[in-house]
Design a protein around this ligand. Structure first.
Ligand code: COA
Length: 253
């Protein structure tokens, strides 16, 4: 299984564990993560959720072979179920990020509550380079966080950025040495054990409520375009180039 879950001391940990494919997320992994989030939301013992990857690799994003062979079909697809489960989780969600966080690896951080990144972390949203468009309401949230021109670097050019850039623009709370990220994130998650859980949940709901409908509507619009772009010749060229380990050639489009 490429998603490991464990609950310890009030913290439900969801660990992405597919190192041989740089933690690329398959449909089965999205389903396992959605199930884990739903179970954590319902379990009174759980006071916080911790999402993490492997040392030096958060996730390389959606599995590109899945994108080619089994593109998400709509709002009931595993990736959408995962996105909604994270949006619906009313308990604090903490992320511990080391190494690369690509695509949804970065956009899922926009929906976590506390985010800790390593000093060697590399975040990137290279949707355009893949012939795709932003997802998970990142087309709304990223410009809102950092302004249009900086968002254009990240979303239109697909420029990667560092952990400290992520802190500067409000995506992450703090940068730590790679070996300390997980322990720090766990300590922060465990702090919720000493707080009244109802007040924490109500506060999270209030903080998120005003924009939830807007996020769902943007995700639906992005999803429609994303689905059709997945079948586009531009995306096919990008995916094939990745697996053939060559540079894509977009000159013919
Ligand atoms: N989907 C499917 N397979 C992936 C993958 C992905 N998103 N990311 C990595 N892999 C696979 C590679 O195909 C390779 O498999 P192989 O050993 O069978 O050839 C293996 O994982 C190792 O990847 P590699 O690219 O050699 O590792 P790297 O350390 O040089 O680079 C990344 C790591 C994350 C920078 C690079 O793999 C990458 O850019 N991945 C794609 C990211 C992406 O575009 N994600 C989608 C965003 S929407």
């Amino acid at each position: 299984m490429s998603i490991r879950t464990a609950t310890l001391n009030g913290v439900a940990t969801i660990e992405i564990a597919r190192p041989e494919k740089k933690n690329a997320l398959t449909q089965a992994m999205y389903t396992a993560m959605a199930d884990a989030l739903t179970a954590a939301t319902a379990d009174a013992v759980v006071r916080a959720v911790l999402i993490t990857g492997q040392p030096g690799m958060f996730t390389s994003g959606n599995d590109l072979e899945d994108f080619m062979q089994r593109p998400p079909q709509g709002e009931n697809s595993p990736v959408f179920n995962f996105m909604r489960a994270l949006l619906d989780c009313d308990k604090p969600v903490v992320a511990a990020v080391t190494g690369a966080a690509v695509g949804i690896g970065t956009t899922m951080l926009l929906h976590c509550d506390l985010v800790y990144v390593s000093d060697e972390a590399r975040l990137a949203m290279p949707f355009v380079s893949l012939g795709l468009v932003p997802e998970y309401a990142s087309s709304l949230l990223v410009p809102r966080l950092m302004g249009h021109v900086k968002a254009a670097e990240k979303l239109m050019l697909g420029e990667p950025f560092t952990g400290s850039d992520a802190v500067d623009c409000g995506i992450a709370n703090a940068v730590l040495p790679a070996g300390e990220v997980m322990n720090h994130a766990r300590r922060m998650a465990e702090r919720f054990n000493a707080l009244p859980p109802g007040a924490v949940r109500d506060t999270k709901r209030l903080m998120r409520a005003a924009q939830k409908d807007q996020l769902l509507s943007v995700m639906a619009s992005e999803g429609e375009i994303f689905k059709s772009r997945l079948r586009s010749p531009e995306a096919m060229e990008a995916f094939q180039a990745f697996f053939q380990k060559r540079k894509p050639d977009f000159s013919k489009f």
